[in-house]
Design a protein around this ligand. Structure first.
Ligand SMILES: *[C@@H]1O[C@H](CO)[C@@H](O)[C@H](O)[C@H]1NC(C)=O
Ligand SMILES: *[C@@H]1O[C@H](CO)[C@@H](O)[C@H](O)[C@H]1NC(C)=O
Ligand SMILES: *[C@@H]1O[C@H](CO)[C@@H](O)[C@H](O)[C@H]1NC(C)=O
Length: 337
């Protein structure tokens, strides 16, 4: 399999850096652009904060390996809806509106009990100090590292929001049926670009999804084709065994059946082979705007490893509350009384 890095790759990298270096669009800035966050924030106020979170996450993964991928997804779903403010954790809000957790877009989002456990331990060690939104960001990093990623430094200082509305998920989370244009639009609203989209899609190198998210690609792709022509035939055959037509559409399938609990760049190699499970992943190689980035990530595991951490940090700054905004929740499920 020849996947050479072509000269154009360099051009794209340069372009990407320029885009990333430019100021965030005002619309994406929202409540905060995350510039007030900083690394080692709890050094004096709660020196063991990050250690406590990482111990909690490690223990949770030992008893439930699948929770690692869930914790990364939890941060994504927190940050893309109303900013990284822990709003996805709330069981109820003072307004009484349906909460984010109840939105169909957040079906199967899990890992809440890991955040709760970390919060309980943190409240014992240093009450009223570490926000739930920061715990989510630390936990996503720790889950990534436990799954093979290099350690990256997560800035702290996000405050917890007081609002959580199911309706706010509308148009803010990509769907498994989205194309690059649609996903790029969602990312742009957060001040993130196609490079971020491709790099963060690498999180689909671990975790599971359900047959219902992709089985139409096997049986009912379009009016003219039953099967998605981009899908590798052999892979499609194994998927049909896992997801028989009109059977249990809730059955779980590994996003990467080769290294299901390992976060690595093999995801991109699989895309180039037509083995992306979700349509929204496979389109990343079909669309010329993103194909080159997929090739780069497939070719260079170290680059992807590094860029994934950096993109996670950029995501962790989206729409954060700082200063006196929001609060430090005492219980991640409820706003303070
Ligand atoms: C959510 O949005 C839908 C459609 O825009 C609207 O009909 C509904 O009333 C909204 N629900 C709440 C609780 O705001
Ligand atoms: C992407 O999806 C949008 C909305 O469904 C559609 O309007 C557009 O034509 C699609 N673009 C491509 C390149 O398929
Ligand atoms: C096949 O797809 C079409 C168009 O998306 C949809 O209307 C139809 O209900 C689907 N059929 C089945 C059996 O799922």
């Amino acid at each position: 399999m020849a996947m050479m890095v072509r000269p154009l790759t360099i051009a794209i990298l340069t372009f990407t850096c320029m885009v990333l270096g430019s100021s965030t669009p005002a619309s994406a800035r929202g409540k905060g652009d995350g510039r007030h966050l900083h690394v080692d924030l709890y050094k004096h106020t709660c020196p063991k904060a990050e250690q406590i979170v990482s111990d909690t996450v490690r223990e949770a993964i030992i008893s439930d390996p699948g929770v690692a991928a869930a914790l990364v997804r939890l941060q994504f779903h927190d940050c893309f809806v109303n900013g990284c403010d822990g709003s996805i954790l709330l069981n109820e809000t003072p307004s009484g509106e349906p909460i984010e957790m109840k939105s169909p877009a957040n079906n199967n989002v899990r890992g809440f009990e890991v955040i709760d456990e970390a919060k309980t331990r943190l409240e014992k060690a240093c009450p009223n100090t570490v926000s739930c939104a920061d715990i989510v960001a630390f936990a996503a990093r720790d889950a990534s590292v436990a799954s093979g990623l290099s350690h990256y430094l997560v800035p702290g200082g996000r405050r917890d929001g007081l609002v959580s509305r199911a309706n706010d998920t509308r148009g803010n989370l990509p769907k498994s049926t989205s194309n690059v244009t649609e996903m790029g639009r969602v990312f742009a609203k957060k001040g993130m670009n196609l490079f971020d989209l491709v790099v963060l899609s690498g999180s689909h190198s671990f975790g599971v999804t359900h047959c219902s998210a992709f089985d139409y690609r096997l049986y009912n792709f379009s009016a003219v084709q039953a099967m998605d022509p981009q899908l590798d035939r052999l892979y499609a055959y194994t998927l049909k065994l896992a997801c028989p037509e009109v059977k249990n559409r809730d059955a779980q399938v590994h996003l990467d059946h080769v290294t299901p609990t390992r976060l690595d760049n093999f995801f991109y190699v699989r895309l180039l082979l037509g083995r992306g499970l979700l349509y929204s992943d496979q389109v990343l190689v079909e669309d010329p705007k993103t194909r080159e980035i997929v090739e780069m990530m497939a070719n260079d595991p170290n680059m992807w490893n590094r860029e994934f951490g950096k993109a996670m940090i950029r995501m962790s700054r989206v729409g954060v509350l700082t200063g006196q905004q929001g609060e430090i929740r005492r219980n991640c499920r409820f706003v303070n009384k």
